[in-house]
Write a protein that binds this ligand. Structure first.
Ligand code: HEM
Length: 396
């Protein structure tokens, strides 16, 4: 292997490293840039099994190390959410949020998503060049999640900054306590305002669940809003960015999709498989020893499941590095699997399908403005996405 793990060269192109890891062994004990040792699962069959394995706990504090972090007064009120809990708490919380975050609420958002997307495209039209990330891919999901939750979109600069620090945590822990404290203060003020003046939005629905039915605690409510706000805007941006990157580096497929927009839903699934926006699923802790092939992960160990690697496993997907619009049975793991399967998957798919429909129709001559090899990809094992995507919008 010429590239080592967790360098900028790795983030820019992790695929050869993952291919070598998949070949060598089912799991590898590696050291994160933060100094923590973690067991990395890289093959599809193992990843799918691990995502559904109750011996791999999501509960914060399942080990002494994790407990020290969550006992911290600042982070505790932000870690009582779905992705930090096991059944029965997880089952209760998921049922409560599923009641207000319904398929109907997502479908009702369609005209708003179309309108927001059209406005962003119109803003780009007069330009010859754009950065697809800042000008479109960040904006659409953030505006949609703010509307869905009932959060003022003007506050986005603040929570984007805090989230940026917190999700980069696997690359560096600098500034995390300060960002978490600021985010917590913001969420508490937001909930207080919404309590005083409820509206027809998801946050008001969650507050009613807490206040009228007393079925979730104040920390669980705060954590839920935190998770939805972060998950709602940190992931879909990379589906749109990475999908557009995939097309701009494959002119024939790009042209095919412009000519036949009916292929867009299949293309979105291939974007998810090929350039998974979530690089590794959120970490788990082995509460008992867990064996993959001939390797046993000891109890107490931290485990990371690489979705990016699993979805390029040639044992599951023939010719895994190719973009194939007619790939049969495309059961990728980009939205996870099992009880923590992504709650926002229908919303993410809706946004992405509208985004590609609009972008391809408005800018059929879009091209990368720099060579693909010059793009920088985000560091950190949680998120996979280009930091910027400079494009020209029409022929020179
Ligand atoms: C869970 C990916 C968009 C809310 C997950 C998980 C993945 C994922 C991989 C499972 C993590 C694990 O098991 O450790 C994605 C991708 C998205 C996306 C790739 C966009 C392309 C969204 C959106 C929302 C959302 C838009 C909310 C509005 C959630 C929530 C969970 C979750 C609440 C936790 C579910 C649970 O633990 O029961 N997502 N997500 N996601 N996602 Fe998403």
């Amino acid at each position: 292997m010429t590239t080592t793990l967790f360098t900028q060269e790795f983030w820019n192109n992790p695929f050869p490293v993952y291919a070598a890891l998949r070949e060598q062994a089912p799991v590898h004990c590696v050291t994160l840039p933060t100094g923590s040792d973690i067991w990395l699962v890289t093959r599809y069959a193992d990843a799918r099994a691990a995502l559904g394995d109750p011996r791999l706990s999501k509960k914060q504090g399942a080990t002494d190390n994790a407990k020290a972090i969550t006992d911290n007064q600042v982070s505790a009120p932000l870690t009582r959410h779905l992705l930090a809990s096991d059944p029965p708490d997880h089952t209760r919380l998921r049922r409560l949020v599923a009641k207000v975050f319904t398929a109907r609420r997502v479908e009702d958002l369609r005209p708003r998503v179309e309108k927001l997307s059209a406005a962003l495209v119109d803003g780009m039209r007069p330009k010859g060049r754009a950065d697809l990330v800042e000008d479109y891919a960040v904006q659409l999901p953030i505006q949609v999640i703010c509307e869905l939750l009932g959060v003022p979109v003007e506050d986005q600069a603040d929570f984007r900054r805090w989230t940026g620090v917190m999700v980069a945590g696997s690359a560096s822990t600098a500034g995390i306590p300060e960002a978490a404290a600021a985010f917590l203060g913001y969420l508490r003020a937001l909930i207080a305002t919404k309590r005083a003046t409820p509206a027809d939005d998801l946050l008001s629905g969650l507050i009613a669940t807490r206040d009228q039915d007393d079925r979730l605690s104040e920390d669980e409510l705060t954590s839920m809003v935190f998770l939805l706000l972060v998950a709602g805007h940190e992931t879909t941006v990379n589906l749109i960015t990475n999908g557009m990157y995939t097309l701009l580096t494959r002119p024939d497929e790009h042209r095919r999709l412009i000519d036949d927009p009916a292929l867009i839903p299949a293309a979105v699934e291939e974007f998810l498989r090929l350039e998974s926006p979530v690089e590794t699923a959120t970490f788990r802790t082995a509460v008992e020893p867990v064996t993959f092939g001939d390797v046993t992960i000891p109890a107490g160990a931290l485990v990371a499941i690489s979705l990016l690697s699993a979805d390029r496993d040639p044992e599951r997907f023939p010719d895994p590095d190719s973009f194939d619009l007619s790939r049969p049975d495309n059961q990728h793991l980009a939205f996870g699997h099992g009880i923590h399967y992504c709650l926002g998957a229908p919303l993410a798919r809706l946004e992405a399908q509208i985004a590609f429909t609009d972008l391809l129709a408005a800018f059929p001559d879009m091209r990368l403005a720099v060579p693909a090899a010059e793009l920088t990809w985000r560091p950190g094992v949680l998120i996979h996405g280009a930091t910027a995507l400079p494009v020209t919008l029409r022929p020179a």
